[in-house]
Design a protein around this ligand. Structure first.
Ligand code: SF4
Length: 239
């Protein structure tokens, strides 16, 4: 499946990031273990490859085995577009605490009943998005809050820690795990959160200053934006 607007095909996909070497499997494991043991991370380690990580099932399995040896309670999330989902078997799928299917119509709810018996399955996106156009909106400005940095922290093939998946060119990357200590990445993430979750401030990363894809966790943003903004200001002051 190849979507004309998918950023993965853009020649500018890695415009602002370090692509001089890949992130090795050993560094992936070392980073995951450090996040659990030294930084108190208790969320999911998610596997994604522009949504079909099951193309690399053996590699993912090896990585989880290696992480589990040092952190048996590590938690995993599988992100898939469903094209390989039915080929990998229930024992493998049961290792994920959650499976997130970006539903482009490849699999339907009725296809995954057996998988629901072994783990939690959620269907997410229903259509392709238009994030490829976001950098063209140079004049777009608003200071609405964004909570995306509280939810995900993507790391790419080369070890670059991306601010978020919307900044797909890496304009506001937080560092590269091959060269930047995790403590520095954590510090930069903290500053980025502080400048975005309660409303975009002047200190926010440049990618956030003109971002049309801001993300709200708080359902109050829909029914009562003023209350939601106040809640988010509270979050920011508490950080
Ligand atoms: S404001 Fe936009 S670029 Fe910044 S974290 Fe949110 S979604 Fe990403």
């Amino acid at each position: 499946m190849r979507h004309a607007l998918c950023p993965a095909w853009s020649p500018e996909r890695f415009l602002h990031v370090d692509t001089s070497a890949i992130m090795t499997d050993e560094l992936i494991v070392k980073t995951a273990v450090a996040l659990r043991k030294d930084f108190g991370f208790r969320g999911f380690f998610g596997w994604t490859h522009y949504n079909e990580s099951l193309l690399f099932k053996e590699r993912v399995e090896w990585l989880m085995d290696a992480i589990d040896k040092e952190c048996p309670s590590a938690r995993y999330l599988l992100i898939t577009n469903g094209t390989k989902l039915m080929d990998v078997g229930l024992p493998f799928l049961s290792r994920f605490e959650r499976i997130s299917i970006s539903n482009y119509g490849v699999v339907r709810e009725s296809d995954v009943q057996a998988i629901r018996d072994v783990t939690n399955v959620v269907f997410t996106q229903e259509s392709m998005d238009d994030r490829i156009k976001r950098y063209k909106m140079r004049d777009f400005r608003n200071d609405r809050a964004c909570m995306r940095t509280l939810v995900t922290l993507p790391v790419d093939y080369f070890g670059n820690v991306r601010l978020c998946c919307i900044d797909w060119k890496g304009e506001s990357t937080l560092g590269n795990l091959r060269t930047t200590p995790l403590s520095i990445v954590e510090e930069r993430l903290h500053l980025a959160r502080k400048a975005t979750v309660g409303g975009i401030t002047q200190d926010a990363p440049i990618a956030c200053q003109r971002c049309p894809n801001k993300y709200h966790l708080n359902p109050m943003s829909v029914v009562c934006p003023r209350v939601a903004e106040n809640t988010q200001r509270f979050f920011r002051s508490a950080m």
